[in-house]
Design a binder for this molecule. Structure first.
Ligand code: NAP
Length: 486
């Protein structure tokens, strides 16, 4: 089976922060891969914009080095690289000043056949100044799109203020708030599996699902991001956005159509139906030091920090579908493996016809986001051989790499897919302003409670699954976390 690459419309994409880490590591390599696949129209242009004093040639040289660093040996040719670099331009610009804006205005095309997209790959404090200058300098036309990166605010108040600033200059239909977890192939496959088959949806409720686990585990610590991370923590950095978005996709009702507002309306209803968690249903942690590295407190250079590098929580959704089904969320740094996985754990059969020795079995649908994206369904079968009726659980691979051919292995990275969606004007996989605000409205009281009580995170050993209390959170209900495996 050959995957179809449908070229997008002609575009000018301006990347503010074109010299930064995200642009060099993800955005430009992603665009290069789309170029190599033939998805980029012949006249499409990419403009890097930042304060550094660079010529087009110097910018191209830097991006060539970035491609070598972040896409080594990926089967492209020197001609591919040259062809892509020819599309690149650079404008020296200051988001908070006047320099560079007239040059950018001349460069960006305004004909009706060229899509204008402006990627704000800069610190969030610059989102407002950029939106304002694009508007006052009359660079952005009525069909222009802006892409904003996380973090989208640090609480409800700041998210509302940011939404208001962006909406002063752009319509909601022009604003693309990126959550790269939604761009992952498997996340979209989850929706295909759930809504494209008769098999799963009838079971997708409190009658058949025992509980849901969502784990996003990292092996790295805060590294060079210590100062930023210490003001944020796992709750703001991961739960409020990525884990919340994954939970919404699992828990939402089937939308009427797979279109942006139908999907986002359903996600919003889930966030609004989330109960505030009880204190005892939340575990916070901070990693200790080991021979290989410093503790959290040492890395952030703040001995009295009470910011969490780990959080686990049990959540309840107050609606008919999910009444009584706990959703367990867990995310942390310096854990035993890097793995992001959602598991739908179904109930046991109501009665076992097999003898006691056959053990307890239950189906688990696992959606793995990284590494090795894929979906597996654990099914119970008879152990082969003449040993009697012994049961074993085996994974049924639902990624079907064999059936789909080699293209199934070469899935686009989340960023490349999402940027192409921006050009296509498809907001389905981007967060709407009210969704982000609802997520903060749910998160804020939890963080405020920690702050007002002076709550201290539990220290945990690195290369483990986090603090012991997280395991206790599960044991209390007679459950256990699935292992974190790379
Ligand atoms: P970064 O490496 O610090 O890059 C920042 C970029 O902004 C640079 O190109 C910088 O270039 C430019 N810049 C700074 N001040 C400017 C100004 N006044 N006018 C114009 N350009 C200016 O940051 P990053 O890691 O790429 O992150 C960019 C954004 O993405 C941030 O909002 C971050 O939170 C978000 N994000 C990043 C990652 C990641 O993996 N890196 C992941 C998720 C989200 P000059 O100094 O030359 O101006």
């Amino acid at each position: 089976m050959v995957s179809r690459v449908i070229p997008v419309e002609n575009f000018d994409l301006v990347i503010f922060g074109g010299t930064g880490d995200l642009a060099r590591r993800k955005i430009l390599p992603g665009l290069f891969r789309r170029f190599c696949s033939g998805q980029m129209p012949a006249e499409a242009r990419i403009v890097g914009a930042a304060r550094s004093d660079l010529t087009d040639a110097e910018f191209r040289k830097d991006i060539k080095a970035a491609l070598e660093e972040f896409l080594p040996n990926k089967g492209h040719t020197a001609k591919d690289v040259r062809g892509f670099l020819d599309r690149l331009h650079y404008v020296k610009i200051d988001a908070t000043g006047t320099q560079g804006w007239s040059v950018l205005k001349k460069l960006v095309r305004k004909d009706k056949d060229t899509i204008q997209a402006f990627y704000f790959s800069v610190a969030p404090t610059l989102f407002g100044p950029l939106a304002e200058r694009l508007h006052t300098n009359k660079i952005a036309g009525p069909n222009a799109r802006i892409v904003v990166e996380k973090p989208f605010g640090r609480d409800l108040e700041s998210a509302k203020a940011l939404n208001a600033t962006l909406r002063d200059h752009f319509e909601e239909s022009q604003i693309y708030r990126i959550d790269h977890y939604l761009g992952k192939e498997t996340v979209q496959n989850l929706m295909a599996v759930r809504f494209g088959n008769m098999l799963f949806e009838p079971l997708w409720n409190a009658q058949y699902v025992d509980h849901v686990q969502i784990t996003v585990a990292e092996t790295v610590g805060v590294g060079g991001r210590g100062a930023y991370y210490d003001k944020s923590g796992a709750m703001r950095d991961m739960v409020q956005n990525h884990l919340m978005q994954l939970l919404c996709l699992i828990a939402m009702e089937p939308p009427a159509h797979f279109d942006p507002d139908s999907v986002r309306d359903e996600k919003l209803k889930v966030i609004r139906a989330l109960d505030p968690p009880e204190r005892e249903d939340i575990v916070r942690g901070q990693y200790k030091s080991d021979v290989q590295g410093d503790s959290y407190l040492e890395e952030v250079e703040n001995r009295s920090s009470t910011t969490e590098s780990f959080v686990a929580m049990k959540l309840a959704i107050s609606n008919w579908r999910w009444a009584g089904v706990p959703f367990y969320l867990r995310t942390g740094k310096r854990l035993k493996a890097r793995a992001s996985e959602i598991s739908i754990v179904f109930k046991e059969t109501p009665h076992s016809i097999f003898d006691k020795d056959s053990g307890r079995h239950r189906n688990i649908l696992s959606i793995r986001l990284q590494p090795n994206e894929g979906i597996t369904l654990g099914v119970t079968i008879k152990e082969p051989g003449p040993g009697g009726m012994r049961l074993v659980d085996v994974p049924l691979d639902m990624t079907f790499a064999d059936a789909l051919g080699p293209e199934a292995d070469d899935v686009p990275d989340a960023y490349e897919r999402l940027i192409m969606d921006v050009i296509r004007g498809n907001q389905t996989l981007f967060m709407r302003g009210d969704e982000v605000e609802a997520a903060w409205a749910w998160t804020d009281p939890i963080i405020k409670d920690w702050t007002s009580r002076g709550d201290k995170p539990k220290a945990y050993d690195v290369e483990t699954t986090g603090p012991e209390d997280a395991a206790v959170l599960m044991h209390r209900a007679g459950r256990r976390w699935l292992d974190i495996k790379a």
